[in-house]
Design a binder for this molecule. Structure first.
Ligand code: ARG
Ligand code: GLU
Length: 713
């Protein structure tokens, strides 16, 4: 839809545009605005989405391993989530002979499904608003006294629920502490891998296509929940049986039309939609650009080596992807904030609010002052944290630094030592000290050049030069235990970490004298003193005011339908299937097809290779019931659902509650939706259920799985 049509639509359907799309929305499932959803085309009731007395759609939606979302798609507990959400499990189960990342994995039957110790799924059994109980007795209190009462009240709320052994209760604030909700959670622990396409489907387009539309990624994998014989959660046992869900999602393979109603049900992680203009301005002009610039240097340095050396590419693939993911997102976010004039819009909104309610004036003025005061500290925090995160040598030094006091005082018991050692071993496994010396040298130079002298340790000026840093870091790195190159007890942390830890005194003394550790300690101690302290002090004041500002926005703007910022709890977003016009003269269709995969195909490429079998299916047009009216199989589609990180793997449903897609990404031009949703540019990206079933059926020949599902034609 072009701009003129959007305006036209806004005039013709003011209610629909204003309610559903102007601000996006991630709604608490017990407080859905059913009326607006129905206006947009929903045919079921809010009760069918969330009910605690009868089976409802919520019984089919789970949080997958604490981060992503997944949904149940058969009466036997079959679970669908993203490939990138199951990635770690698929990787862990892979060996050189059975490389499930490269070749995919498809169990032949239930006996062939693979256990994943430690993986959990959480159901939300109930949601209760508990604001009155949590805020009781807090009037007139401030600071620590206030927080102490809140904490006590939250514990009291939890204690009123009688919990089964597999249940837990969490209480979470929303609207910056103006409201509180309690969640009853049930955790299942025997989760087995059922199927995953090869990376060349599940991760097709990799980092180049990440956050990008048009997209052609089959980003899905399948697991199954197992339960004990009473259908209750249990640790893994071969005697466990497939979980019988209260509800599972029927899967629609009907053709999609632009403007069809759709909703997404899942666990969005974090958004900040109600910040004052000044905060958004700081993110857009200072914080995001700082973080982007650090990651840019790190990525470029890694990429050079990864391109020329296959071993490095494998070692760094997953880390690179995770650094690149938010690097790219922030670039899109900054562009989108500018393009949608987020700051201008917020300023105007603040002026309207102040005109209606003069009490807001002082809140906004004070916030302006505080954000201005905080700016230099916040900027240094961004540079410092990103430097330590991306220079792995410093990440390691930071890790040792955190453990050093306990090690020195002998307080690190056997269990804690084991955890520490295991985490270190995990880092060393994929760490190349020579390559990272380059990254560290460059990032130290960036930090030294970008940071005002008052925030730097004495003599830090010497680190302003990259090539000189490289000589220094290379020299220090060579004999350092931290980098895994220096020896203790005749061993390094690479060759035998147990031997290194066998003599804790020697390790402590060594670390204390390590020049890399001294360099890092100076940086960190200086940062804590000059930046972290003052920054937090101001932040506490901002938090108090932000709570007040949130309450004032809600009191003053009576017409606006407010939804709380995402906080990793269960939410519903809704919208319509739609293409977009993100730039002058550019229009995107809402759907891609298999033919588009072949347009992107680069034989042998690590991002754009296509499996032979898929090429064959394309050549013979063996699409079965999965093609749409164009004769091709739809692969991905976009809609106006308001989503964020954590919504990966979330079901996209149609007007009747049938599964039509699997959420996995957002369109680059709209990623500022975490701060300022804009219906013109903000789109979520989903895998089409037709493509998922096509891959399971025709590509993997796993008909036994299709037979379990309920397919709506
Ligand atoms: N952008 C998506 C998300 O935020 C997908 C990330 C995984 N894929 C990747 N190429 N890094 O999680
Ligand atoms: N890929 C994201 C995730 O892992 C979802 C995309 C987004 O941020 O909206 O949750």
């Amino acid at each position: 839809m072009n701009r003129k049509n959007i305006l036209l639509a806004a005039i013709l359907f003011p209610a629909v545009m204003a309610y559903a799309q102007e601000y996006g929305g991630m709604w608490i499932p017990t407080e859905l605005n059913e009326k607006e959803m129905k206006n947009l085309g929903m045919k079921i009731s809010a009760k069918e989405i969330f009910d605690t007395t009868k089976p409802s759609i919520k019984d089919a939606v789970v949080q997958f391993n604490g981060g992503c979302t997944a949904e149940i798609i058969s009466p036997q507990g079959l679970l669908l989530t993203n490939h990138h959400c199951g990635y770690a499990q698929i990787q862990k189960l892979s060996t050189l002979e059975n490389d499930y990342l490269s070749d995919g994995f498809w169990a032949k039957n239930m006996t062939g499904e693979l256990p994943n110790p430690g993986v959990t799924v959480d159901f939300i059994a109930d949601i209760k608003e508990v604001t009155a109980q949590v805020l009781a007795g807090t009037q007139g209190l401030e600071g620590k006294a206030y927080q102490d009462v809140i904490n006590k009240n939250m514990e009291a709320v939890k204690a009123t629920f009688k919990l089964e052994e597999w249940q837990k209760m969490t209480v979470k604030p929303v609207y910056y502490g103006n409201k509180y909700y309690a969640y009853l959670i049930e955790t299942y622990k025997d989760i087995r891998l059922v199927g995953a396409p090869p990376q060349s489907i599940g991760k097709f387009g990799s980092d180049t296509d990440n956050w990008v539309w048009p997209r052609h990624t089959g980003d899905f994998s399948m697991f199954r929940i197992y339960a004990d014989k009473n259908n209750k959660p249990a640790e893994y046992s071969k005697d466990n049986i497939p979980y019988k869900p209260k509800h599972f999602l029927p899967i629609s393979i009907k053709d999609k039309q632009e403007n069809d109603f759709t909703f997404v049900f899942g666990f969005p992680g974090r958004t900040t939609e109600y910040l004052p203009a000044i905060a958004v301005e700081k993110i857009m002009t200072e914080i995001d650009p700082a973080m982007i610039s650090v990651r840019e240097v790190a990525l470029k340095t890694l990429d050079e080596k990864m391109r020329s050396d296959a071993e490095t590419r494998i070692k760094y693939a997953s880390k690179y992807a995770s650094v690149a993911n938010y690097w790219k997102k922030w670039i899109g976010e900054v562009e989108g904030l500018k393009k949608s004039d987020a700051v201008g819009k917020k300023k105007k909104y603040e002026a309207t609010l102040m005109a209606k309610n003069p009490a807001l004036k002082s809140t906004i003025e004070e916030l302006n002052i505080l954000y201005a005061q905080q700016a230099p500290y916040a900027l240094n925090k961004a540079y410092y944290s990103e430097t330590v995160r991306n220079a792995e040598t410093l990440t390691l030094a930071n890790f040792y630094y955190n453990y050093l006091p306990a090690m020195e005082s002998g307080k690190l018991d056997a269990k804690a030592t084991e955890t520490f050692k295991n985490r270190l071993a995990g880092i060393y496994k994929d760490y190349d000290p020579v390559l990272d010396a380059k990254v560290t040298a460059k990032l130290l130079a960036l930090y030294a050049n970008k940071t005002p002298v008052k925030f730097l340790p004495a003599d830090f000026e010497q680190y302003k030069n990259e090539s000189q840093n490289l000589v220094t870091i290379e020299k220090l790195s060579k004999n350092s235990v931290i980098t895994g190159r220096g020896m203790i007890n005749g061993a390094t942390t690479y060759t035998d970490i147990n031997k290194v830890f066998a003599d804790p005194n020697a390790l402590v003394q060594n670390l204390k004298n390590d020049p890399l550790m001294k360099l890092f300690a100076a940086m960190r101690e200086n940062y804590m003193k000059t930046t972290d302290g003052p920054n937090n002090e101001i932040q506490e004041k901002i938090d108090v005011l932000q709570k007040k500002y949130m309450a004032q926005q809600m009191e003053t703007d009576k017409e606006r339908k407010f939804f709380p910022d995402a906080n990793s709890t269960l939410r519903v977003s809704y919208g319509q299937i739609k293409g977009s016009s993100p730039r002058d003269a550019v229009h995107y269709n809402y759907q891609t097809h298999v033919a588009g995969i072949m347009e992107k195909y680069v034989p042998g490429d690590y991002e754009f290779d296509v499996p032979k079998k898929l090429i064959q299916l394309y050549n013979t047009k063996d699409y079965g019931i999965y093609k749409d009216k164009t004769g091709d199989v739809p692969v991905n589609f976009t809609a106006t659902n308001h989503t964020t990180g954590g919504n990966s793997g979330s079901p996209a449903l149609d007007a009747y509650g049938n599964l039509i897609g699997l959420n996995f990404d957002r369109q680059w031009e709209g990623t500022m939706s975490d701060i300022n949703f804009d219906p013109r540019f903000s789109r979520n990206i989903m895998v089409d259920t037709k493509y998922i079933l096509f891959i399971i059926d025709k590509f993997a020949d796993a008909k036994w799985l299709i037979n379990e599902m309920k397919i709506v034609k």
